[in-house]
Design a protein around this ligand. Structure first.
Ligand code: HEC
Length: 107
């Protein structure tokens, strides 16, 4: 019995792993899920928490020009001020996708 159970469990785990590998990253959905509540749907931080936490607008061209992608990645990992750290909760691929979303707001 345990052999069968283990085999079934193994198949479930393998198909779960395949699913997560195959699932494409949807950058803007990631942003909406993890970031929009503070940074706003359009990156402008023009919502309640945005004002409350003094989050900056990602639409600001000066800010966009001054910050490098590496610095933005560091901020996502660290979480400045009240922002949570996403170092462990997001994969490198997801963080890079979010950098592209943030860059998109500046265009
Ligand atoms: C709980 C609210 C909150 C959440 C959720 C949040 N942030 Fe932040 N974030 C802030 C605050 C507050 C700051 C510091 C003020 C600022 O610089 O906007 C900040 C700063 C930043 C900065 C640095 C801006 C600078 O000063 O150069 C980046 C980049 C950033 N956040 C990206 C993200 C991304 C990407 C996500 C989603 C993975 C996210 N944040 C989720 C509140 C939040």
């Amino acid at each position: 019995m345990t052999i069968i159970k283990n085999a079934v469990l193994g198949m479930v785990l393998i198909s779960a792993a395949q699913f997560s590998l195959a699932a494409p990253i949807e950058p803007y959905s990631l942003y909406q899920e993890h970031c929009a509540k503070c940074h706003g749907e359009s990156g402008a931080a023009d919502n309640f928490r945005g004002y409350l936490y003094f989050a900056r607008s990602f639409k600001n061209k000066d800010w966009q020009n001054k910050r490098t992608d590496t610095e933005i990645l560091e901020d996502i990992n660290k979480g400045p001020r009240i922002m949570p750290s996403f170092e462990k909760t997001l994969t490198e691929e997801q963080k890079n996708a979010l950098v592209r979303v943030i860059r998109g707001f500046g265009r």
